[in-house]
Design a protein around this ligand. Structure first.
Ligand code: ADP
Ligand code: MG
Ligand code: MG
Length: 252
């Protein structure tokens, strides 16, 4: 089992504090959903975990099994088992999707132990079938001309091929039609298990009809203010966030 522990995380962007003491612990074999109103720092959390240079951690810790993630460069974070969909530039010209995925897999392996091309292609084919993706997506240049839905499916393809220990998926359901949403959920459900933990950040409860989270967290004003099980997401869908604000005495 692996554990990702975030303690008292404070993050600023251009000297404005966005995360104000966030705590979160995720084990492998768990899917956590993070919900919350717009502008509460959900994407900031994802960016801080991935090591985006614009997001300054001013206080707190992020550790995987006791290893200090905050001291790692972005590529070291990937090597430590973090998958951050947003770490990939939206468009890289001249690199095919297949090449990119293969080099990401090999980056996590020791030299001399790289995945063989045959084995890689076999698994890529199988996974693309599973995700109902066109085979030509593999040879397309990375994200060039991908539709929103194709990009998301492709993120899930990368996820399933790279097999990270922890994935942080920001707004994985935004802009998806119901078929694409089901495919995304199918991929994440397939990944669930001993060696994998996931943070799914979403505005809507909709995705959670297809992926039953083990834990649901509500973020407000830069902190996790409430945690619960799947029933919490259902209550948010039905009643919105006002009752939590009242309960906690939070002013808008
Ligand atoms: P959420 O994902 O919950 O909607 P964000 O993390 O995107 O929230 O944003 C939290 C706050 O940080 C907002 O007030 C937003 O305007 C601000 N913010 C986010 N990213 C940047 C940025 N790159 N530069 C300046 N302000 C930002
Ligand atoms: Mg936002
Ligand atoms: Mg966001």
């Amino acid at each position: 089992m692996s554990t990702l522990v975030i303690k008292d995380l404070h993050v600023s962007i251009e000297d404005k504090e966005i995360l104000k003491g966030l705590n979160l612990t995720i084990n492998t074999n768990e899917v956590h959903a993070i919900m919350g109103p717009n502008g509460t720092g959900k994407s900031t959390l994802a960016s801080a975990i991935m090591g985006h240079p614009k997001y300054e951690v001013t206080q707190g810790t992020i550790e995987i099994d006791g290893q200090n993630v905050l001291e790692m460069e972005v590529d070291e974070r990937a090597k430590a088992g973090l998958f951050l969909a947003m770490q990939y530039p939206s468009e890289i010209s001249g690199v095919t999707n297949a090449d990119f995925i293969r080099s990401a897999i090999n980056a996590r392996r020791e030299e001399g132990n790289e995945v063989s091309l045959m084995k890689f292609i076999r698994e890529l084919d199988k996974t693309m079938d599973f995700l109902e993706m066109d085979q030509d997506m593999a040879q397309r240049y990375l994200n060039e001309g991908f539709s929103g839905g194709e990009k998301k499916r492709n993120e899930i393809l990368q996820l399933m091929m790279i097999k990270p220990t922890f994935a942080i998926l920001d707004e994985i359901d935004s802009g998806l039609d119901i078929d694409a949403l089901k495919v995304v959920a199918k991929g994440i459900n397939e990944m669930r298990g001993e060696g994998f933990g996931c943070i799914a950040i979403t505005h809507y409860q909709r995705l959670l009809n297809y992926i039953t989270p083990d834990h649901v967290h509500v973020m407000m004003q830069g902190k996790v203010v409430k945690s619960g099980g799947p029933e919490l997401a259902q209550r948010l869908e039905a009643e919105g966030y006002d009752w939590i604000k009242k309960e906690l005495g939070i002013e808008d």
